[in-house]
Design a protein around this ligand. Structure first.
Ligand SMILES: Cc1cc2nc3c(=O)[nH]c(=O)nc-3n(C[C@H](O)[C@H](O)[C@H](O)COP(=O)(O)OP(=O)(O)OC[C@H]3O[C@@H](n4cnc5c(N)ncnc54)[C@H](O)[C@@H]3O)c2cc1C
Length: 472
């Protein structure tokens, strides 16, 4: 993850720690009014028993409204609703001169409303937000489908799970997620909301995956490769936060034995560690290690480029599993930092509509193949090539991850016009720092002992290395 110390280096820190309240759930307007430090887990705990949810419930419990508004957020429902920012109704913002304004899609601050997503808090301080709610049901009926083929065939099968070629809306699932485990195997999941009555019907399998002792979700899903296709009913809130306990599959590296049955039964309740705790306790040495030997990147790119991207990733990094999650990128009244391919509406492809282009988030989190095999791997250079690929293919790199982009290339990837206009108009220039931040100089790259990564495969060698003072 990106080192956020740059934010502290020369600047005055604003304490927003009191802003952690859910202010209102308005069932008539179907809107939640919340403060920025409200987390996804906190909000879903309140709304799900009311059979309501945010249209996009970003997966990890700890993600905050402030971070998702000023950064980005996505979930398995984004093929319908778009990114987290597309579900916002209004934003209450403290500007650089201390004024408090409400920005909406169509009031005098609409430019600010559209400029804030991806701006990383560099236009103002968000103090509350109104966000769209949708009606939901108690269970998610989830179908796990194993798929085999080469990467191009997997990419096509993935698109077919949520973007029916005949365009029939009845075939579009409420939720979509695909996990690619090897270059030739994946499990593609589709979910439909289901009532309690339906779930309880005789013969249906109910799986409460949220219990601390349950297998990690990505490993559970992988069983479909052996078992064949199967269907389960999962309590909706547990489904929303299915990757929280194992941080997708990162926990396998952080705690290699955390997935063993004895650990899950005895200590599974203690997972996951707080992301904020990981960020604070991540010393420079671990940060450097991760930077050089490990990948945490998301790539947002047009759906029709997914096959190319998977082949590129295999060639460059060989990181598995890979997370695939589709999302619409709407054509908005103003061109924002991220935007669909110009002219896509004149050449609609699978999943596109006249008002939105279908994109996909490819999540690449784990140790690359060369690192696992003990071969040389230059993390900084690999990220550099990934960014270059994204720029050439109209893709975007979420800013939470490590970046090697120069300022010039940052603005080749993202559109600067609206952002820079708002920086001037709302007095942010000179008060809030700029959204562009430096990547690390690849020359500082250091070689590290591969045994930390190998711990994922061989926990004993990892433990003995650690006991001998591996991180010193
Ligand atoms: C381990 C990990 C797992 C992730 N998993 C998912 C996932 O499952 N689904 C998903 O959608 N995304 C995921 N992300 C990406 C995440 O959603 C984005 O990084 C998001 O922007 C971060 O949210 P946060 O609450 O951690 O915010 P932070 O990292 O705390 O903040 C993000 C940015 O917003 C700014 N900001 C925060 N609050 C305010 C405010 N009140 N006013 C102004 N600026 C503010 C911060 O200064 C920072 O620049 C993940 C990221 C990580 C590191």
């Amino acid at each position: 993850m990106r080192n956020v110390d740059y934010k502290r280096a020369r600047h005055f820190e604003v304490d927003l720690s009191e802003f952690g309240n859910v202010l209102e759930i308005d069932k008539e307007r179907m809107v939640a009014r919340v403060e920025p430090l409200v987390t996804m887990g906190q909000l879903s705990r309140i709304t799900v028993p009311m059979n309501l949810a945010l249209a996009v419930v970003s997966e990890l419990d700890d993600l905050t409204i402030g971070g998702l508004v000023n950064g980005y957020g996505i979930e398995g429902s984004s093929h319908i609703y778009g990114l987290f920012a597309d579900t916002l109704i209004s934003l209450e913002v403290v500007l650089a001169d201390g004024r408090v304004v409400w920005a909406t899609k169509d009031n005098e601050y609409s430019d600010l409303f559209y400029a804030i997503p991806w701006s990383q808090g560099t236009l103002g301080l968000l103090v509350s937000a109104e966000i769209k709610l949708i009606p939901i049901k108690e269970y998610m009926k989830l179908t796990y489908k194993p798929v085999r083929g080469n990467l191009r065939e997997l990419a096509q099968a993935y698109a077919d799970t949520f973007a029916p070629r005949d365009g029939d809306p009845a075939k579009i699932p409420d939720f979509v997620e695909s996990l690619i485990y090897t270059p030739t195997e994946g499990v593609f999941m589709t979910g439909m909301y289901a009532s309690k009555q339906e779930a309880m019907r005789k013969g249906n399998v109910i799986n409460s995956i949220g219990w601390w002792f349950k297998p990690w979700f990505y490993q559970h899903a992988q069983k479909a490769l052996k078992r064949g296709e199967f269907v389960e009913y999962i309590p909706t809130r547990e489904y929303y936060h299915r990757h929280t306990r194992c941080l997708f599959w990162e926990m396998k590296l952080i705690l290699p034995f955390g997935d063993q049955w004895w650990f899950r039964w005895l200590m599974g309740w203690s997972l996951p560690p707080k992301i904020s705790l990981l960020k604070i306790t991540q010393g420079e040495a671990i940060r450097k290690y991760y930077h050089d030997m490990h990948v945490i990147q998301d790539m947002l790119l047009p759906l029709h480029k997914v096959a190319d991207a998977l082949e590129f990733l295999h060639e460059e990094m060989e990181v598995y599993p890979i997370w695939l999650c589709p999302h619409r990128l709407f054509k908005l009244p103003m061109k924002t930092m991220v935007y669909p391919e110009p002219g896509f509406e004149n050449n609609l492809r699978q999943g596109d509509t006249s008002y939105a282009q279908m994109f996909t988030d490819i999540g690449v989190y784990y140790a690359p193949g060369p690192v696992i095999r003990g071969e040389v791997f230059d993390g900084a250079e690999a990220v550099h090539r990934l960014e270059d690929w994204l720029i050439r293919n109209h893709g975007f790199q979420p800013q939470y991850s490590v970046s090697e982009l120069s300022e010039k290339n940052f603005w080749r990837m993202f559109d600067a016009e609206l952002y820079e206009k708002c920086r001037v108009k709302y007095g942010a220039l000179g008060t809030f720092m700029d959204v562009v931040r430096r990547g690390r100089n690849p020359n500082t790259t250091r070689r590290w002992d591969n045994r930390v990564i190998l711990g994922a495969v061989d926990p004993l060698s990892w433990l003995s290395w650690l006991l001998k003072g591996g991180f010193q």
